[in-house]
Design a protein around this ligand. Structure first.
Ligand code: AOF
Ligand code: ZN
Length: 379
């Protein structure tokens, strides 16, 4: 492109590039540890059109941040360009220099961001640094897309606990399983694949030992090409019931696993966990049950910022009761095989027609014969 004249595009153009940047940020969601997965796209806006000259996303593990690789790719073309960044660029000297300074040094003339960084070391300082250097800053509202891609980071930073998604698969009338016939067929293949995709975007999956023993699940991401995206597995086992026969234990060297139980759990049992490469998280008990609010704080302190809770009914009920659920995802099976004897049926603490209070429906999708409903906690 010759004769580059940098123009300020209209708000629709800005929105389009910011949306593209937000989509890029999803690439490393769940893979950046305590750092959010941020994306940066560098664009040359000229009268004859706009072109992307560099892009970057926070590296796996959290560093380098998104801006340096994007600016490096742009090289000289960063001069006069606009940088779209999903989060306010950092202003602190951490393991890397401040990204705000890197943007200034690269010669960009405008920075468009989707969210202000709640980290005390940044929180407005990144934007101020840019403005003081003569860079035009446009703070746009990244809306739900920005909130979603950074939900774990935002929750952990502001509340010192992970963002919790409770996912349940059930029939129209709330049936989730049977105490006798093993794993009931509730979800279609499409719903299961969506669940695996959802898993990949979280730092951890959490279930109770009952589910781990009875259903013997793998609790990993088995989508083709995303096998490396299995999150950490967290199993609540207050009575030390799990044995080496459970898949979650004997595959812990492949898929990292944490078992949560009181520190008074038998020593031989703790040794068995260690032998299998399982990590142990000690917890407090409250009325004989694991104290969930405290556990959430402990897991956040371990760097876990988003958790997908996948069952069973008792765990789901406790998370709801303790007011720890931020998002609810319900897969309603279109064709559910009911148990032979209904006295063996296990029901969810709510049904698609009688949902817990305090949630609003924000999305309804059809997955084959199933329906998926996504609800968010009301603010
Ligand atoms: C950015 N771009 O891509 C990310 C940012 O420990 P450090 O030094 O990596 O700092 C972590 C903080 O950096 C994190 O809490 C958040 O404020 C910011 N993350 N900032 O400019 C990025 N990932
Ligand atoms: Zn940075």
């Amino acid at each position: 492109m010759n004769n580059v004249i940098n123009i300020t595009p209209d708000v629709t153009q800005d929105q389009k590039f910011l949306d593209a940047t937000l989509r890029l940020a999803r690439k490393h969601q769940g893979l950046t540890g305590t750092n959010p997965s941020v994306a940066c796209v560098v664009v040359q806006h000229a009268q004859e059109g706009s072109r992307i000259v560099g892009s970057g996303v926070t590296a796996k593990g959290g560093r380098p941040h998104a801006e340096p690789p994007a600016l490096e790719e742009a090289g000289e073309l960063a001069k006069g360009a606009t940088a779209y960044v999903t989060l306010e660029p950092c202003a602190h000297h951490g393991k890397t220099p401040p990204c705000a300074q890197t943007l200034i040094d690269a010669g960009v003339v405008r920075v468009v961001t989707a969210i202000t960084d709640p980290d005390n070391r940044v929180n407005g300082k990144g934007h101020s640094m840019l403005i003081e250097a003569g860079i035009k800053v446009t703070e746009m509202d990244g809306g739900e897309a920005a909130q979603r891609v950074m939900q774990g980071y935002l929750k952990a930073r502001t509340s010192s606990r992970p963002f919790v998604t409770l996912k349940m698969a059930m029939s129209e009338d709330g049936l989730i399983g049977s105490t006798q016939e093993g794993n009931l067929k509730i979800s279609s293949k499409i719903s299961s694949r969506q669940t695996h995709l959802h898993r990949a975007r979280h730092d951890a999956i959490l279930v109770g030992s009952g589910t781990a023993l009875f259903d013997d699940p793998n609790l990993d991401c088995r989508l083709q090409g995303l096998e490396g995206r299995s999150p950490l597995r967290v199993i609540l086992d207050e009575k030390s019931n799990l044995t080496e026969t459970a898949t979650v234990i004997n595959t812990a060297l492949k898929t990292p696993t944490i078992i949560v139980s009181p520190s008074s759990s038998p020593v031989e049992w703790r040794e068995m966990l260690a032998r299998n490469g399982v990590q142990h998280q000690a917890c407090e008990l409250e009325g004989g049950r694991i104290a969930l609010p405290e556990l959430m704080g402990d897991l956040a302190a371990r760097g876990i910022q988003s958790i997908m809770v996948e069952g069973g009914a008792r765990i789901a009920e406790s998370f709801i009761k303790e007011n720890l659920v931020d998002e609810l995802v319900i897969h309603v099976g279109g064709k559910v095989d009911k148990p032979q004897t209904l006295e063996h049926a296990v029901y969810a603490p709510f049904t698609p027609n009688k949902l817990p209070d305090g949630f609003v429906v924000c999305q309804k999708l059809n997955f084959g014969a199933d329906t998926s409903i996504r609800l968010r906690k009301k603010n």
